[in-house]
Design a protein around this ligand. Sequence first.
Ligand code: CTP
Ligand code: CA
Length: 236
Amino acid sequence: VVPAAAAQDLAGLEVAVSVGGTREHLDPVRFLGNSSSGRMGWALARAARLRGAQVHAVVGHTDVAGPPAVEVERVGSTAELATAMTRAAKTADVVVMAAAPADFTPRGSSETKIKKSGDAGLSVELVQTPDVLRGLVEARQDPDQVIVGFAAETAVDQAQLVDLGRAKLARKGCDLLVLNAVGHGLVFGQEDNEITVLSRDDDGATLVDGPYAGSKDVLAHRILDRALTHRRRDTV
Ligand code: CTP
Ligand code: CA
Protein backbone atom coordinates (compact mmCIF):
# COMPACT_ATOMS: atom_id res chain seq x y z
CA VAL A 1 0.00 0.00 0.00
CA VAL A 2 3.06 2.23 0.29
CA PRO A 3 4.73 2.05 -3.11
CA ALA A 4 6.81 5.17 -2.53
CA ALA A 5 8.62 3.35 0.28
CA ALA A 6 10.57 1.39 -2.29
CA ALA A 7 12.07 4.55 -3.76
CA GLN A 8 15.19 5.93 -2.11
CA ASP A 9 14.20 9.41 -3.23
CA LEU A 10 15.25 11.02 0.06
CA ALA A 11 18.74 9.48 0.07
CA GLY A 12 21.35 12.08 0.97
CA LEU A 13 18.76 14.35 2.57
CA GLU A 14 18.41 15.20 6.24
CA VAL A 15 14.92 15.39 7.75
CA ALA A 16 14.20 17.01 11.13
CA VAL A 17 10.80 16.13 12.56
CA SER A 18 9.16 17.05 15.85
CA VAL A 19 6.91 14.44 17.44
CA GLY A 20 4.29 14.35 20.20
CA GLY A 21 3.06 16.85 22.75
CA THR A 22 5.01 19.08 25.09
CA ARG A 23 4.46 19.42 28.82
CA GLU A 24 4.65 22.64 30.79
CA HIS A 25 5.43 22.08 34.44
CA LEU A 26 3.54 23.77 37.26
CA ASP A 27 5.74 22.09 39.84
CA PRO A 28 8.02 19.01 39.89
CA VAL A 29 5.08 16.57 39.63
CA ARG A 30 2.39 18.46 37.67
CA PHE A 31 2.17 19.74 34.16
CA LEU A 32 -0.13 21.10 31.46
CA GLY A 33 -0.17 18.78 28.47
CA ASN A 34 -2.29 17.76 25.51
CA SER A 35 -3.58 14.56 23.98
CA SER A 36 -1.20 14.29 21.02
CA SER A 37 -0.22 10.63 20.60
CA GLY A 38 2.84 11.29 18.45
CA ARG A 39 1.62 8.87 15.75
CA MET A 40 1.76 11.32 12.86
CA GLY A 41 5.26 12.49 13.73
CA TRP A 42 6.53 8.94 14.08
CA ALA A 43 4.87 7.99 10.79
CA LEU A 44 6.76 10.81 9.08
CA ALA A 45 10.04 9.77 10.69
CA ARG A 46 9.47 6.15 9.59
CA ALA A 47 8.49 7.10 6.03
CA ALA A 48 11.46 9.44 5.61
CA ARG A 49 13.86 6.76 6.92
CA LEU A 50 12.39 4.13 4.55
CA ARG A 51 13.02 6.50 1.65
CA GLY A 52 16.68 6.88 2.58
CA ALA A 53 16.75 10.11 4.58
CA GLN A 54 18.83 10.65 7.66
CA VAL A 55 16.18 11.42 10.29
CA HIS A 56 16.51 13.45 13.47
CA ALA A 57 13.40 13.29 15.66
CA VAL A 58 12.79 15.80 18.44
CA VAL A 59 10.31 14.03 20.67
CA GLY A 60 8.01 15.28 23.42
CA HIS A 61 5.46 13.04 25.12
CA THR A 62 4.20 10.14 22.97
CA ASP A 63 1.94 7.14 23.58
CA VAL A 64 3.66 4.88 21.07
CA ALA A 65 7.19 3.75 20.25
CA GLY A 66 9.13 5.18 17.32
CA PRO A 67 10.69 3.47 14.30
CA PRO A 68 14.24 2.07 14.26
CA ALA A 69 17.29 3.82 12.80
CA VAL A 70 16.10 7.29 13.69
CA GLU A 71 18.12 9.64 15.87
CA VAL A 72 15.92 10.61 18.83
CA GLU A 73 16.25 13.66 21.06
CA ARG A 74 13.80 13.87 23.98
CA VAL A 75 12.35 17.18 25.12
CA GLY A 76 9.83 18.29 27.73
CA SER A 77 8.56 21.81 27.28
CA THR A 78 7.85 23.91 24.20
CA ALA A 79 10.92 26.03 25.02
CA GLU A 80 13.10 22.88 24.97
CA LEU A 81 11.48 21.78 21.72
CA ALA A 82 12.27 25.21 20.24
CA THR A 83 15.95 24.94 21.18
CA ALA A 84 16.29 21.38 19.85
CA MET A 85 14.42 22.02 16.58
CA THR A 86 16.34 25.24 15.92
CA ARG A 87 19.59 23.30 16.22
CA ALA A 88 18.35 20.34 14.14
CA ALA A 89 16.99 22.63 11.42
CA LYS A 90 20.39 24.25 10.80
CA THR A 91 21.49 21.35 8.61
CA ALA A 92 18.13 19.85 7.62
CA ASP A 93 16.79 19.76 4.07
CA VAL A 94 13.22 19.12 5.21
CA VAL A 95 11.82 20.31 8.54
CA VAL A 96 8.47 19.00 9.78
CA MET A 97 6.67 20.43 12.81
CA ALA A 98 4.34 17.51 13.51
CA ALA A 99 4.50 18.07 17.27
CA ALA A 100 1.69 19.59 19.30
CA PRO A 101 3.53 22.18 21.39
CA ALA A 102 1.69 23.64 24.37
CA ASP A 103 0.68 27.20 23.48
CA PHE A 104 0.76 28.40 27.07
CA THR A 105 3.08 27.87 30.01
CA PRO A 106 2.79 28.92 33.66
CA ARG A 107 4.42 32.30 34.24
CA GLY A 108 6.50 30.75 37.00
CA SER A 109 6.99 27.07 37.80
CA SER A 110 7.36 26.12 41.47
CA GLU A 111 10.59 24.39 42.53
CA THR A 112 8.69 22.52 45.21
CA LYS A 113 5.40 20.67 45.06
CA ILE A 114 2.46 23.09 45.35
CA LYS A 115 0.57 22.48 48.61
CA LYS A 116 -3.12 22.97 49.23
CA SER A 117 -3.87 25.93 51.40
CA GLY A 118 -7.00 25.37 53.50
CA ASP A 119 -9.96 24.98 51.18
CA ALA A 120 -8.78 27.66 48.73
CA GLY A 121 -8.56 27.02 44.99
CA LEU A 122 -5.55 27.80 42.82
CA SER A 123 -5.14 30.39 40.10
CA VAL A 124 -2.37 29.95 37.58
CA GLU A 125 -1.25 32.67 35.22
CA LEU A 126 -0.25 31.42 31.78
CA VAL A 127 1.91 33.14 29.19
CA GLN A 128 2.38 32.20 25.54
CA THR A 129 5.20 29.89 24.53
CA PRO A 130 7.46 30.76 21.58
CA ASP A 131 6.08 29.94 18.13
CA VAL A 132 8.65 27.33 17.11
CA LEU A 133 7.51 27.05 13.49
CA ARG A 134 7.60 30.78 12.85
CA GLY A 135 11.03 30.93 14.48
CA LEU A 136 12.30 28.19 12.13
CA VAL A 137 10.99 30.09 9.10
CA GLU A 138 12.67 33.30 10.28
CA ALA A 139 15.99 31.53 10.99
CA ARG A 140 16.10 29.65 7.67
CA GLN A 141 19.46 30.03 5.90
CA ASP A 142 19.13 27.49 3.09
CA PRO A 143 16.60 28.77 0.54
CA ASP A 144 16.02 25.17 -0.66
CA GLN A 145 15.02 23.99 2.81
CA VAL A 146 11.36 22.95 2.91
CA ILE A 147 9.49 23.73 6.13
CA VAL A 148 6.25 21.87 6.83
CA GLY A 149 3.69 22.87 9.46
CA PHE A 150 0.52 21.19 10.68
CA ALA A 151 -2.82 22.63 11.67
CA ALA A 152 -5.67 20.89 13.39
CA GLU A 153 -8.79 22.99 12.97
CA THR A 154 -12.44 22.60 13.88
CA ALA A 155 -14.29 23.48 10.67
CA VAL A 156 -17.85 22.86 9.51
CA ASP A 157 -16.78 21.88 5.99
CA GLN A 158 -13.80 21.58 3.63
CA ALA A 159 -14.16 25.19 2.37
CA GLN A 160 -13.96 26.61 5.87
CA LEU A 161 -11.06 24.29 6.67
CA VAL A 162 -9.13 25.59 3.67
CA ASP A 163 -9.92 29.23 4.60
CA LEU A 164 -8.61 28.70 8.13
CA GLY A 165 -5.56 26.97 6.66
CA ARG A 166 -4.82 29.80 4.23
CA ALA A 167 -4.76 32.30 7.08
CA LYS A 168 -2.49 30.07 9.16
CA LEU A 169 -0.15 29.41 6.22
CA ALA A 170 0.23 33.18 5.74
CA ARG A 171 0.79 33.76 9.45
CA LYS A 172 3.39 31.01 9.83
CA GLY A 173 5.21 31.60 6.55
CA CYS A 174 6.02 27.90 6.11
CA ASP A 175 6.10 26.20 2.67
CA LEU A 176 3.54 23.47 3.29
CA LEU A 177 0.70 23.36 5.78
CA VAL A 178 -0.91 19.99 6.48
CA LEU A 179 -4.49 20.52 7.56
CA ASN A 180 -6.74 18.17 9.38
CA ALA A 181 -10.23 18.58 10.69
CA VAL A 182 -10.61 17.88 14.40
CA GLY A 183 -13.46 17.58 16.86
CA HIS A 184 -16.05 14.85 17.37
CA GLY A 185 -13.35 12.32 18.32
CA LEU A 186 -11.44 12.75 15.07
CA VAL A 187 -7.68 12.50 14.57
CA PHE A 188 -5.98 12.60 17.98
CA GLY A 189 -4.72 9.13 18.85
CA GLN A 190 -6.31 7.49 15.84
CA GLU A 191 -4.59 5.37 13.26
CA ASP A 192 -6.43 6.87 10.30
CA ASN A 193 -6.67 10.46 9.31
CA GLU A 194 -7.72 12.81 6.53
CA ILE A 195 -5.46 15.61 5.38
CA THR A 196 -5.42 18.51 2.95
CA VAL A 197 -2.03 19.95 2.05
CA LEU A 198 -1.73 23.68 1.33
CA SER A 199 1.34 25.17 -0.30
CA ARG A 200 2.24 28.35 -2.06
CA ASP A 201 3.64 28.60 -5.54
CA ASP A 202 6.25 31.23 -6.38
CA ASP A 203 3.56 33.73 -7.37
CA GLY A 204 2.09 33.51 -3.88
CA ALA A 205 -1.02 31.57 -4.97
CA THR A 206 -2.20 28.86 -2.60
CA LEU A 207 -2.27 25.32 -3.98
CA VAL A 208 -4.78 22.95 -2.40
CA ASP A 209 -3.97 19.24 -2.53
CA GLY A 210 -6.47 16.72 -1.20
CA PRO A 211 -8.33 15.83 0.90
CA TYR A 212 -6.63 12.45 1.22
CA ALA A 213 -7.82 9.81 3.64
CA GLY A 214 -5.76 6.89 4.88
CA SER A 215 -3.51 5.54 7.54
CA LYS A 216 -0.99 7.94 9.04
CA ASP A 217 1.78 5.88 7.36
CA VAL A 218 0.27 6.36 3.90
CA LEU A 219 -0.41 10.05 4.54
CA ALA A 220 3.15 10.55 5.75
CA HIS A 221 4.38 9.41 2.33
CA ARG A 222 1.97 11.84 0.63
CA ILE A 223 3.33 14.69 2.73
CA LEU A 224 6.93 13.77 1.87
CA ASP A 225 5.95 13.54 -1.83
CA ARG A 226 4.61 17.11 -1.62
CA ALA A 227 7.73 18.31 0.20
CA LEU A 228 9.94 16.83 -2.53
CA THR A 229 7.82 18.36 -5.31
CA HIS A 230 8.07 21.73 -3.59
CA ARG A 231 11.84 21.39 -3.24
CA ARG A 232 12.30 20.53 -6.89
CA ARG A 233 9.87 23.11 -8.27
CA ASP A 234 12.70 25.26 -9.66
CA THR A 235 14.48 22.42 -11.41
CA VAL A 236 11.57 20.73 -13.23
N1 CTP B 1 3.54 25.33 16.62
C1 CTP B 1 4.79 25.77 16.99
N2 CTP B 1 4.97 26.42 18.18
C2 CTP B 1 3.93 26.65 19.00
C3 CTP B 1 2.64 26.22 18.63
C4 CTP B 1 2.47 25.57 17.43
O1 CTP B 1 5.74 25.57 16.22
N3 CTP B 1 4.15 27.27 20.16
C5 CTP B 1 3.40 24.65 15.32
C6 CTP B 1 2.73 23.28 15.36
O2 CTP B 1 3.68 22.24 15.54
C7 CTP B 1 2.10 23.20 13.98
C8 CTP B 1 1.78 24.66 13.66
O3 CTP B 1 2.60 25.45 14.52
O4 CTP B 1 2.99 22.74 13.00
C9 CTP B 1 0.36 25.05 13.87
O5 CTP B 1 -0.05 24.73 15.16
P1 CTP B 1 -1.48 25.18 15.64
O6 CTP B 1 -1.67 24.76 17.06
O7 CTP B 1 -2.49 24.75 14.63
O8 CTP B 1 -1.36 26.78 15.51
P2 CTP B 1 -1.10 27.92 16.54
O9 CTP B 1 -0.19 28.91 15.90
O10 CTP B 1 -0.66 27.40 17.87
O11 CTP B 1 -2.52 28.64 16.66
P3 CTP B 1 -3.88 28.15 17.40
O12 CTP B 1 -3.57 26.94 18.24
O13 CTP B 1 -4.27 29.34 18.22
O14 CTP B 1 -4.84 27.86 16.26
CA1 CA C 1 -1.70 25.72 19.07
